[in-house]
Design a protein around this ligand. Structure first.
Ligand code: FES
Ligand code: FES
Length: 196
C-alpha cells in the first residue's frame, strides 16, 4: 500500500498491527480489515450513532474517526460485550425488555449505554435519555431502550452489592481462620473480655 501507515490498535483485548491509508475510517477498519461487522454504519456523517464504539473508554463515532487516530488506543466494540452463551447484562436487558426490533441501531445503543453506566452507574431516567440522545432508532420509540438501560443499571447495582457481601463474608472467614471466632465476631481475638 503506497502512503500507508502502520498502526497498533487493541480491539476487545486483542492487539492488531495493520497498515492503513491515512484516510481510512475507523468504522471501515473495524468492519473490513478486522471483520468486526457488529459495528454498523448508517448515516456515515456522525448523526445516527450506529457506528459508536469506545475509544480509550469514551464513546466515539467510528464513522468520524480515522483509523490512524486509534493508533495506540484501546477500542471496544459490541463483539467484546458478551457471547451468545453469556450475554452482557445490557444485552440481556435489551432482550428481556424488547429494546430492539430491526437491531440496526442496537450495537451503537449498547456501546453508548455501556459508556453511560460505567461513568454513571445509577443514572436517572432523564440522564439515560440524555445519554442516549445522540443515538437514533427508527423502530422502537425509545421507551423500551430506556427501560432496558434502567434494568441493566439495577442489575449492575444488585450484582455489585452481592459481590461486596461475598467479599465481606470471605474477609470475616479469613479473619476467623487467622484469629479464631472472636475476630470473626468483631473482637480482637486475644483479650477474652474485660479485665477482672
Ligand atoms: S454511521 Fe456514524 S454516526 Fe451514523
Ligand atoms: S431497532 Fe431498528 S433502528 Fe433501532
Amino acid at each position: 500500500m503506497s502512503g500507508g501507515r502502520t498502526i497498533h490498535v487493541t480491539v476487545n483485548g486483542t492487539r492488531f498491527e495493520r497498515e492503513v491509508e491515512p484516510r481510512r475510517l475507523l468504522a471501515d477498519f473495524l468492519r473490513e480489515d478486522l471483520g468486526l461487522t457488529g459495528t454498523h454504519v448508517g448515516c456515515e456523517h456522525g448523526v445516527c450513532g450506529a457506528c459508536t464504539v469506545l475509544l480509550d473508554g469514551d464513546s466515539a463515532r467510528s464513522c468520524l474517526t480515522l483509523a490512524v487516530q486509534a493508533d495506540g488506543a484501546e477500542v471496544e466494540t459490541v463483539e467484546g460485550l458478551g457471547t451468545m452463551d453469556s450475554l452482557h447484562p445490557l444485552q440481556r436487558a435489551f432482550r428481556e425488555h424488547h429494546a430492539l426490533q430491526c437491531g440496526f441501531c442496537t450495537p451503537g445503543m449498547l456501546m453508548t449505554a455501556l459508556d453511560l453506566l460505567r461513568k454513571h452507574p445509577s443514572p436517572s431516567e432523564a440522564e439515560i435519555r440524555d445519554g442516549l440522545s445522540g443515538n437514533l432508532c427508527r423502530c422502537t420509540g425509545y421507551e423500551h431502550i430506556v427501560r432496558a438501560v434502567r434494568a441493566a443499571a439495577a442489575a449492575q447495582a444488585t450484582a455489585a452489592q452481592a459481590t461486596a457481601a461475598t467479599s465481606e463474608r470471605e474477609a470475616g472467614g479469613a479473619a476467623a481462620r487467622r484469629h479464631g471466632p472472636a475476630a470473626a465476631a468483631g473482637g480482637d481475638g486475644d483479650a477474652g473480655g474485660e479485665p477482672a
